[in-house]
Ligand binder design. Structure first.
Ligand code: ATP
Ligand code: MG
Length: 358
């Protein structure tokens, strides 16, 4: 096996339990690199944290883009300590800047019911729920275009525009269709609401239909967002790849992981598929100040995000092996952390995943 593959990874633990789960993520990645014969060059950064903010009066140094802009990926923990720094400063001064400046127009979340994790949905077992949510991450409903007319009067009107560009819609659809094509089921679902939102959503549907012509091997369907959320809960086994605009994707990418149990295990990627800029891989959970410092945080979300990162840099076998190792560990009562009613500490759980890689 070749050993000259080197991936440069910027490591940013951030705040709170980010600092506790990150070492476990790195531990598992190192074990995977050793086993699968590639190298990971880690560079550690202390910015994008509230500690950094309190020392320097800003979340990141001025030259942050030079510092992390040429890495193959950014491995992120969590940001935010709302008691010390308001969330709008910590978040907007770090993650949101990454998304914008590095054109991470895909937000990707796997939704998979793992062994040992009780689903809030009745009668669902591992294997029943296993799909991806692809969210458009840069335009759509979250635009700053709009305003207030006649403020303070009873004629007050507020308007906020939804922006969909052909480039913006097509690129997220292309990513989603490519992902669907790479999966065994080769199926894609589009989230829409063209029965109520009469201009932008019909446009979205039109672009889906157009894009589908390039993917005749992929079967696809579409649901209005209202019934789609119901299906997430009632029939999650119907889905494979679900693609959605920024707002709808925001909702679905929280609902999906909620259907599969604890927030502590869900991973995510903010991705620039062309690799013009580094992508960010981070657990879905936040810095969890309420449990920080106790060594009880579940490291699986961080570790699984590491697997997604390896997938992104082309280490497919290693990525699959990490997900498998996570399943092995979650199947065993004594290796689970407290949020899953187990006795294991953060590092015991992380070490177990590394060991399960074999
Ligand atoms: P965000 O910072 O993303 O806005 P938040 O601050 O609302 O999120 P989290 O920090 O994710 O929320 O924490 C929500 C709850 O879930 C907290 O009670 C926290 O202790 C728990 N939690 C979050 N992550 C983990 C984890 N990895 N292991 C165990 N419990 C966790
Ligand atoms: Mg938080």
């Amino acid at each position: 096996m070749s050993t000259n593959r080197v991936h440069r990874i910027a490591v940013i633990p951030g705040d709170g339990i980010g600092k506790e789960v990150m070492p476990e993520g790195v531990r598992v990645l190192e074990a995977a690199a050793k086993k699968f014969g590639f190298k990971l060059a880690f560079d550690d950064f202390d910015f994008a944290s509230c500690d950094y903010y309190e020392k320097h009066g800003r979340m990141m140094p001025e030259d942050w883009k030079e510092k992390i802009g040429t890495h193959d990926a950014i491995y992120f923990g969590a940001v935010g300590m709302p008691d010390r720094v308001p969330d709008h400063i910590s978040l907007w001064g770090s993650l949101i800047l990454f998304r914008r400046e590095f054109d991470q127009y895909i937000n990707l979340r796997p939704v998979r019911l793992m062994p040992g994790v009780p689903s809030p949905l009745a009668n669902r077992k591992p294997g029943d729920i296993d799909f991806w949510v692809v969210r458009e991450n840069t335009e759509g409903e979250y635009s700053a275009i709009g305003g207030k007319m006649f403020p303070g009067t009873d004629r007050e009107v507020v308007v906020q525009e939804t922006v969909m560009s052909r480039v913006g819609v097509d690129r997220v659809l292309k990513f989603a269709f490519e992902l669907a094509r790479s999966t065994p089921k080769k199926h894609l679902t589009s989230a829409t609401k063209s029965n109520g939102i009469a201009i932008t959503m019909p446009y979205w549907d039109e672009r889906v239909k157009e894009m589908a012509k390039n993917y005749t091997d992929v079967k696809w369907n579409q649901f209005h967002i209202d019934i789609l959320t119901a299906h997430f809960v009632m029939n999650p086994d119907r889905f494979n790849v679900v693609v959605a605009s920024n707002l709808f994707g925001d909702i679905l990418s929280d609902l999906g992981p909620a259907c599969t149990g604890t927030i502590g295990i869900a991973p995510s990627g903010n991705i620039n598929p062309e690799r013009n800029f580094p992508s960010v891989f981070e657990p879905v959970h936040g810095s969890a100040p309420d449990i920080f410092g106790q060594g009880i945080a579940n490291p699986i979300g961080q570790i699984w995000s590491g697997a997604m990162m390896l997938e992104h840099v082309g280490e497919h076998d290693a990525a699959a092996a990490i997900v498998k190792a996570i399943e092995t560990v979650l199947s065993q009562d004594k290796l689970r952390t407290r949020d899953l009613k187990g006795p294991a500490s953060t590092s015991e759980c992380g070490k177990a995943v590394a060991a399960a890689l074999g």
